[in-house]
Ligand binder design. Structure first.
Ligand code: ARG
Length: 587
């Protein structure tokens, strides 16, 4: 068995479990990374936890386990330490063999999922006629990374853009445009998104203050829902206008998405209400159709209803989500549905999912996950805004990141007295700017809010995209300097001697564990931390004082160290690609 078949940690756990014998088959061996490399690489704490149950000293239990423990292919002879820890140290020969093996593997030792699943990632999902905001940026970046990781694992992933393209706001907007700018409803591209947003604002003002206008807007919604041709045509134009704007952002960020907006589920909404009615869960409350929820109460402490059809016959956001959920389970055959939205929508998801569960629409083998994320804050710690207090346009934000990366690069080139073409400068600035924005977002635990800072995200020091990109480019620099083709280094060359080589080697072998943990808990920041640590380990290995010589070393060390360089670069490239970040050969 090897790393590409079974994860190292799992192998060790199984060996320990086998050593306790069948009676303790269900016991967790409590295998953790060693607290100090002096003690080895892993430490099993099971003897301590079994002590009470067996009424024996933990050291005696540890002794009995070690006597039967067979890990001789992987580890040095196990040692018992302190009150009864079992310390395991990986054998150098084992590490060398593993690295030789992953050198030949394009997946770098990460096994593909044994049972690929159909998974849906519902992410980005901006609203038509409104500007995409930083919350949508987070959803887009996090959702894309999750989708990339699942795709890499071999799952069949459907990336869905649940665009807000339906509902009463269109009645309002269309009614308003009919009055003030009818051309916009018949001519393509008559407005740009900025106009659309400001018309939307004015329409909303009118709607809130003018009862007659409210009535006109309602009629317009009815016309839209009934499929009246002119209204439908106007609606399509408005959607198209927004779509073009969203597309600019998606192209800048290299995002692929299938648009399936709320309107798609419109024909299914009445069926949702009918089926809820049949199930007996539906209650009429002041003319509205609703389901009462458990665990949710209003301000007065009374049970909260989830309204699925308003008294005027209109449907809600939740009704659409119920319809889309059924569609995704029945038609798309999804086994896991992942919703990436801000944490503020937590209740919405908990509520409609509770209803779906109650009616029995969710089969046992389907998993539904809301992946919440925190806010993006300005440097003042308040909600991220422009200086004048407006919402920041994403295009401006991305352009600014690129412009700053461009200026930084120019300064650096001057300092280093380097001449580069305009084309090179633009490309590096684009990659660095976009990566910096993505990485700054992904490297935070998504559930927390973070402060958006161009200076921090573009810094070459610290846990940032430029640091990681630089580590990669530095390794490619080694190959250029030594005129070495990493692809032709030959196999079975790895030879580990120096402490920094061993540390790097062990780290390189952990990629599979990290990826499978992100696959489960959907926290891409773990992958970022791993890549950051890896870059640091590489820099120690390559450090003139602490580390080893590479190009200047004698054979066979030289080739072995070049293989370590290549494996590090390939791991960085693969890992970054799973975060949606492109590498640069030179920067
Ligand atoms: N359009 C929503 C928003 O802007 C996000 C939709 C998320 N997906 C869903 N199935 N509800 O907040």
């Amino acid at each position: 068995m090897n790393a590409t078949q079974e994860k190292l940690k799992v192998q060790l756990e199984q060996a320990i479990v086998a050593a306790f014998g069948a009676d303790f088959g269900g016991v967790d061996p409590i295998l953790v990374s060693a607290s100090n490399p002096k003690f080895g690489d892993y430490q099993a704490n099971v003897a301590l936890s079994l002590s009470k149950k067996l009424a024996k000293q933990p050291r005696a239990i540890a002794g009995a386990i070690v006597e039967k423990l067979d890990v001789s292919e992987i580890c040095e002879p196990p040692e018992i330490a302190g009150p009864g820890f079992i310390n395991l140290k990986l054998k150098t020969a084992y590490l060398e063999a593993q690295l030789n093996e992953i050198q030949a593997d394009p997946r770098l030792g990460v096994p593909a999922a044994k049972t690929p699943k159909r998974e849906i990632v519902d992410f980005s999902s901006p609203n038509i006629a409104k500007e995409m905001h930083v919350g949508h940026l987070r959803s887009t970046i996090i959702g894309d990374s999750i989708a990339r990781i699942l795709e890499f694992q071999g799952h069949d992933v459907l990336r869905l853009n649940h665009v807000g393209d339906w509902g009463t706001q269109f009645g309002m907007l269309i009614a308003y445009l009919r009055e003030v700018y009818p051309d916009a409803l018949t001519t393509a591209n008559a407005l740009d998104i900025g106009d659309l947003v400001s018309f939307y604002r004015k329409a909303k003002q009118r709607f809130d203050t003018d009862a007659a206008f409210q009535e006109t807007a309602r009629q317009e919604v009815v016309r839209l829902q009934a499929g009246a041709e002119d209204t439908l045509h106007a609606w399509k134009l408005l959607c198209e206008q927004s779509r073009q704007e969203f597309q600019i952002i998606y192209e800048l960020l290299d995002i692929n998405l299938t648009e399936r907006g709320e309107s798609f589920y419109n024909p299914l909404l009445s069926g949702v209400v009918e089926d809820l009615e049949k199930s007996g869960l539906l209650v009429e409350n002041q003319g509205a159709k609703c389901v009462f929820l458990e665990g949710f109460t209003n301000r007065e402490g009374e049970p909260l209803p989830l309204i699925v059809q308003k008294s005027d016959g209109g449907y809600n956001y939740a009704t659409t989500d119920l319809a889309s959920l059924r569609y995704r389970i029945q038609q798309d055959q999804a086994k896991r549905i992942i919703y990436v939205t801000d944490a503020g929508q937590g209740n919405h998801f908990a509520q409609f999912l509770q209803v779906a569960r109650k009616v029995g629409w969710i089969p046992d083998d389907v998993e539904l996950v809301h992946v919440p994320f925190g806010l993006v804050l300005g440097e003042d710690g308040k909600k991220f805004k422009t200086r004048s207090g407006d919402t920041v346009r994403l295009r401006d934000l991305l352009d600014e990141a690129i412009a700053r990366a461009h200026a930084d690069l120019k300064t650096r080139l001057q300092e280093e007295e380097r001449q580069e073409t305009e084309e090179f400068i633009n490309e590096v600035a684009r990659v660095v700017g976009i990566s910096a924005v993505k990485y700054a977002d992904l490297s935070q635990n998504r559930t927390s809010s973070y402060i958006f800072s161009y200076d921090k995200m573009l810094d070459f020091k610290g846990n940032t995209a430029p640091y990681m990109l630089y580590a990669y480019a530095r390794i490619q620099g080694i190959s250029r300097k030594g005129d070495i083709n990493f692809k032709e280094l030959g196999n079975n060359a790895v030879l580990l001697e120096h402490e920094t080589e061993l540390a790097l080697a062990k780290y390189l072998l952990q990629l599979d564990e990290v990826i499978s943990s992100v696959e489960q808990d959907l926290l891409p920041n773990r992958l970022c931390e791993y890549l950051y640590e890896l870059s640091k380990k590489f820099n120690q290995f390559y450090d003139r004082n602490q580390g080893v010589q590479v190009l200047e070393a004698e054979e066979p060390q030289r080739t072995s160290r070049l293989v370590l360089c290549d494996l590090t670069a390939r791991t960085l490239k693969l890992g970054l690609s799973l975060l949606g970040i492109q590498v640069l050969e030179r920067m």
